[in-house]
Design a protein around this ligand. Structure first.
Ligand SMILES: Nc1ncnc2c1ncn2[C@@H]1O[C@H](COP(=O)(O)OP(=O)(O)O)[C@@H](O)[C@H]1O
Ligand SMILES: [Mg+2]
Length: 324
């Protein structure tokens, strides 16, 4: 079966900077692929090239088997893009916006009207359709942005961080809308900062960093391959001892998070601290190193490895840091 989206050797240079190196990715029909990566990883650039908004420096894009460079019109007809930046007209109503976007995709008359009704309903804006969108809240604008990418009911829906900076109610609404479309069989590429959204929505995940895909797989595969089983260790002792223990621990594992420790690794005057860590070579050397540094181990708990642990291992960054 032809892939819904196929990227081959795709890359983009801005001057001397490689925003995206040379990327291969295949999105299977009917799947929801999560694209996860820290800020600047190249997610938006990749998506923009895949949707024909940015011209690649190298490589090819095929949408539903149609080469984007050779037949852009037919390829783009299969695709709906929900961009990271709002792409709606403030002076126009939701209805007028959707008429405009629907017409871009060649919809006219009754077909256009019925698709608009459907899209407005899908994002929950039917009762606010005729007022100028400048009166909308940020979350409502985001929902209309989604409807604009949906109005021609594309085979492939590509969303670039659709819930960033959105109030919780609209965020939930957008998320549930995408889930429902996916349940109906639409192929979805979902870029997000929010690990829990990707975990709840996506069959498969591609993790990007530095303009490259560093891993792809199901969530279970990524966890099994890249996230060791982690533990949570509660430390007690003088700040100096805890700081030394943290340092010693870092030599024997990958630290996910540490309470009461600042960004520079300095303590904020606490006498106890919790460390979340994945041991590199087993528990014994790690615990010995912590105690050797003079801290007391008050408690140890094992915890389930998750996608975030895999992400951290692969990129050296936490998503939470980047989102802040
Ligand atoms: N129009 C542009 N001109 C120059 N550099 C750009 C442009 N767009 C993106 N970049 C750079 O390309 C890299 C990837 O950016 P982007 O694709 O937006 O990442 P992400 O969406 O993962 O945050 C970043 O270093 C960014 O600064
Ligand atoms: Mg982006």
């Amino acid at each position: 079966m032809t892939a819904a989206l196929s990227l081959r050797g795709l890359g983009k240079d801005y001057g001397t900077r490689k925003a995206v190196g040379s990327l291969d990715l295949e999105v299977v029909r009917g799947e929801c692929l999560g694209l996860l990566g820290p800020n600047g990883a190249g997610k938006t650039t990749t998506i923009s090239m895949a949707c024909g908004v940015v011209t690649p420096s190298r490589g090819t894009v095929a949408i539903g088997g149609i080469d984007l460079a050779r037949d852009p019109h037919a390829a783009k007809a299969k695709l709906g893009l929900v961009p990271q930046e709002l792409a709606i007209y403030d002076e126009l109503s939701a209805l007028q916006n959707l008429r405009y976007f629907g017409a871009l995709y060649g919809l006219r008359g009754a077909a256009l009207a019925s698709k608009i009704d459907w899209a407005l309903g899908a994002v929950g804006l039917s009762d606010r359709a005729v007022e100028p969108t400048k009166r909308y809240s940020g979350g409502m604008k985001r929902r209309l942005n989604l409807a604009a990418g949906l109005v021609h009911e594309p085979e492939l829906l590509v969303l670039d961080e659709p819930t960033v900076g959105v109030d919780p109610q609209s965020r939930n609404h957008i998320f549930e809308t995408v889930k429902a479309l996916r349940a109906k069989g639409m192929t979805v590429v979902y870029t997000s900062h929010y690990m829990e959204e990707v975990e709840a929505l996506c069959d498969r995940v591609a993790i990007m960093d530095g303009g490259a895909i560093v891993a792809t797989g199901t969530i279970a595969e990524l966890i099994a391959q890249h996230a060791g089983k982690g533990i949570s260790v509660a430390l007690a002792g003088k700040p100096d001892a805890i700081a030394a223990a943290m340092k010693a621990a870092a030599a024997h594992g990958t630290i996910d998070a540490a309470d009461a420790v600042g960004r520079d690794g300095g303590l904020v005057g606490a006498v106890s601290s919790t460390l979340r860590i994945v041991p590199t070579a087993g528990l014994a050397p790690l615990l010995a190193a912590i105690e050797g540094a003079g801290a007391t181990i008050a408690r140890i708990e094992s915890r389930e490895a998750n996608l975030e642990t895999a992400f951290l291992k692969l990129t050296g960054k936490t998503l939470r840091d980047e989102a802040a």
